[in-house]
Ligand binder design. Sequence first.
Ligand SMILES: [Zn+2]
Ligand SMILES: [Zn+2]
Length: 780
Amino acid sequence: MLDEKQFAADPPAHSAGDGAGVRRILDHGVASGRLTHVERLPERAGRRVPWPGWVPADVMKAFAQVGIPGPWAHQAEAAGLAHSGHNVIMATGTASGKSVGYLVPALAAIGEGATALYLAPTRALAADQLALVRSLGEHLRPSLRAAVVDSDTPAAERMRARKHATYLLTTPDMLHYGLLPQHRRWDGFFRRLTYVIVDECHGYRGVFGSHVAQVLRRLRRVAEHHRRTGDLRFILASATISEPERCAELLTGLTVEAITADTAPRGPMTFGMWEPPLTGLRGEAGAPLRRSAVAEAADLLADLVLEGTPSLAFIRSRRGAEAAAAVAKTKLVEAGAGDLAQRVAAYRSGYLPQERRELEQALRSGAITALAATPALELGVDITGLDAVLIAGWPGTRAALWQQAGRAGRAGRDSVAILIARDDPLDTYLVHHPEALLHRPVEATVLDPANPYILAPHLCAAAAELPLSSSDLTLFGQAASGVVADLARAGTLRERAGFWHLTGLRRAPLTGLRGAGGISVRIVEEATGRLIGTMDEPSAHLMAHTGAVYPHQGEPYLVRRLDLDEGVALVEASDPGYVTSARELTEIEIAAEHRRADWGGAAVHFGEVLVRRQVVAFTRRQPETGQPIGDEALDLPARALRTRAVWWTISPSQRENLADSGIHLAGAAHAAEHAAIGLMPLVAACDRWDVGGVSMDIHPQTGRLTIFVYDGHDGGAGFAERGFLAATQWLRATSLAIADCECTAGCPSCIQSPKCGNGNQPLSKPGSLALLDRLLAGAT
Ligand SMILES: [Zn+2]
Ligand SMILES: [Zn+2]
């Protein structure tokens, strides 16, 4: 079965549906005032071109046999650039057929004795790609021999892949743990390696992206060592991102050409922004609560099913997706259409390829009309050409938004994609400021391969693979020589005859690529020994401390004991009738200021900081209202973090001015900090959980009112720097988001934060607006 999403062939035919469902939800949104903005995206015709002259006849024939008569213009252009020796990144929309762009040059080279390496961010996607390549391989034997190698591949199969594979599919993790450390065994493959394909490369951002960038540099060095002919070329495929060349260069360390014009056809689409109404209920500190995006999505799904409209809802959590499907079914039964309830299904990650194919088939045949899915669906499921896509909550980046919305739309018929706001400052801002989302480039991918905390373990791994020469250090970037000197001082590396060798630490475990590499804590049910889950140690301090009520997949667990030495939290399934929130003290010290922009009396700074955090107590609260019912002290060690931060200060006279007008300064700074963290994903492709914040009326070092936002990973991940560079845009949006919220004293849609270590106290909404006003008055 061929994957149309990858190839951008003609979309599948759906069951009936005459656009009534699309009209119905748009009418409902306008009538109820929930639809805050509507944008029409016109239909676009595709542009096919002939195969370039260098494409071998058997490759053209193989594509023809799987239903691809010829390439779209952008596919041909990307393939041509790669074939002529350039590194290429294709940054085009969902269903634009990027795989033709990379497969054509790779298959042509394989026909002449080369090999190609394909990297996917997940094993599931690698497995899907294998099926895709094998469908072509049936027409291209014997040169095309594809194999997946991951940590589960049995030894015999791995050996067969080493001997015979010409198209090897794997993940960056397997490259890091398996292929590179054992590169000598893979000599036969590396010596003919011509193309490295990096698929879904927009996913390589932040700390993970920085690790992958170093793995790719190690790959370049190892391939160089074995290769006998020609140059190694990279072909990267990405969702639409801004500055794709820059992203590709950060990842590979090479000059890369970008293809961004999408010439695949697209159906017309209406894009809408939807704000759920206030419920009349009150939350923490009496804040008004908004109806949840999941509840709204469930209602809309039921309406769409009633009209027979093929629909997909993206819900962020697995529990949310299951709840949305269940509620939609109940609504259908209540509406007297119980027979339609079976046409609603939930999808989550972890499905086997066969199950995914069955689901695709059910949607195509109409056996399923509506699917509620987690974003895990984005990987490896071929569902496009739907009539309606609902996106419950901002998916984090404009790139992800358009990727999800792109599942809707088919030539010649109306479709709709709707972003439903969650109770969150960024979502609130976006539904009231569609211009921040539409008609502007999607964000750049943020990564920082020069972070010494990330660089050091990869330089050690590289030295173990092949001793490092000084010219190798250039490959790893400017920061490498300093890091190597530090490693030599620590006795980890030793110089001999102009090469750096790894000393006795060869057996030291390789660093993990996904996350800061810290210790994780296991959550274990005390009575049965059952493993409930794991979390990183800083999160365990906050959420799984002794006495915490820890919700896991909707079930409350009471933490009996957190044992950090053993790395375990012992819990029991129990609902004590309250919830808990941890109280954390945070101190921040400025280690070095690297950059500064003066905004009149105010200023924005960027530099290195030391953050010291300690969870000192927790509060038991009423589950419905969040009212405190008692505090308990905790004895947990402080955690230190050396990272990068952006911070703002105002002048003493500006501060005095605010105080004179009766503003609670600490509350104003704290509220501005929360909202700014909530809005940060607008300028840096991060999650609000990737960064932390501290605010102070008077910081001992600056002597001024200061608000810090710092990268939550050792050494930093590039987010704070991005915040510094886009500070004006970022803080303007923050101020507008707070002003737009209809609450009076602050709520989760504006200044309250779900991760506050101070129980959202003190917070001043009017104060935060006045403070941001002062700051921005002199902004450049
Ligand atoms: Zn509010
Ligand atoms: Zn806070």
